[in-house]
Ligand binder design. Structure first.
Ligand SMILES: *Cc1c(COP(=O)(O)O)cnc(C)c1O
Length: 225
């Protein structure tokens, strides 16, 4: 990777971190309370390495196989990388996901809770879990319905799945703040402290409404082609 690429990545990351910090301060929150997840899906090692060199350590991927292929080599050289799964997960990939990821943001149905709990018991490894909520009640979207959340949380607790927060992707092209605020309220009602919400276009709004984890791709890497 060229010196210029490293500089570009460092500048983009600095700009995102500065905007995150401003949003946190505006909301009376500590900037350290918000984690930047660099969503590197579709980007290869050449694009990722400059961000690592700039200091980024937390990355997000949306496909198990793509993540396995890309990150085995990268992790061998940089041991303190944390990988978060932000995409939908098939139950038959639960074992692979538990082996690879440090956090899973897409737990959204009873069969997946069962598969993940079994995989975690077998591997004796417990990645942090977020329950994805279909906050805009959109038929095409992943996430559990708001009404199904209490049962899913109860099942997760009974299965010793370490659920610490909620995740959402609000509807596109509408003001996201009410959806973020609703997710924050639901999390509070259930005593969950983490909120995975906010992407390149809306992370500042998400932070002002309580996000603890923002998932950012385009603003760091440019477009996905
Ligand atoms: C791709 C993706 C992101 C990042 O989106 P950008 O708009 O590129 O920042 C965040 N969350 C999920 C679930 C994604 O699939």
């Amino acid at each position: 990777m060229s010196e210029q690429e490293i500089l570009d990545a460092a500048v983009r990351r600095e700009a995102v971190l500065t905007a995150m910090s401003k949003a946190a301060k505006l909301a009376g929150r500590k900037p350290e309370g918000v984690t930047l997840i660099a969503v590197s899906k579709t980007h290869d090692a050449d694009a990722i390495c400059p961000l690592i060199d700039a200091g980024q350590r937390v990355f997000g991927e949306n496909r198990v196989q793509e993540a396995q292929e890309k990150w085995a080599a990268l992790r061998a050289t940089i041991p303190d990388i944390a990988l978060h799964l932000v995409g939908q997960l098939q139950s038959n990939k639960a074992e692979d996901a538990v082996a690879l990821f440090d956090a899973i943001h897409s737990v959204d149905r009873p069969s997946l809770v069962t598969a993940l709990a079994k995989a975690m018991d077998k591997a004796d490894r417990r990645p942090d879990c977020f329950i994805q909520v279909n906050i805009g009640d959109e038929p095409q979207k992943g996430g559990c319905a708001i009404a199904e959340l209490p049962a899913l949380l109860a099942q997760s607790a009974a299965a010793a799945l370490p659920v610490s927060g909620l995740m959402c992707v609000p509807p596109v092209d509408v003001e996201p703040a009410p959806y973020f605020a609703l997710l924050a309220k639901i999390a509070r009602d259930h005593g969950l402290v983490r909120l995975s919400m906010g992407m390149s276009g809306d992370f500042e709004t998400a932070i002002m409404t309580g996000a603890t984890h923002v998932r950012i791709g385009t603003a760091l890497f440019g477009g996905r082609g």
